[in-house]
Design a protein around this ligand. Structure first.
Ligand SMILES: [Zn+2]
Length: 93
């Protein structure tokens, strides 16, 4: 499907140019800046190849990182991640 094969890609966070291994979404600082339920939702969707859900979660991750520079926390958004993680049957770590 992909014609151009590259070993690395850049971090998915807005404005970040850190190179990450293919299959890795973000560099470590950005990945761990995400709420844990969102990270779990992304991992679960990827593992089970639910691509639509995965890309929607990645979009949420990018907008979360874009918003995180702003002072107001996105409480309602975090709650929806938790609900989604619960629906996916994720166990708390
Ligand atoms: Zn990054």
């Amino acid at each position: 499907m992909t014609r151009r094969v590259r070993r690395t890609r850049t971090c998915d966070a807005p404005g970040c140019t850190v190179e990450v291994t293919r299959g890795i979404l973000m560099c470590r600082p950005h990945w761990f800046a995400l709420p844990r339920p969102l990270r779990q939702a992304i991992n679960a969707a990827w593992k089970e190849r639910r691509i639509h859900e995965w890309s929607a979660n990645c979009l949420e991750a990018r907008s979360f990182l874009a918003r995180s520079a702003e002072p107001a926390p996105a409480v309602s958004a975090q709650r929806s991640y938790q609900l989604q993680a619960a629906m996916l049957g994720e166990r708390p770590e």
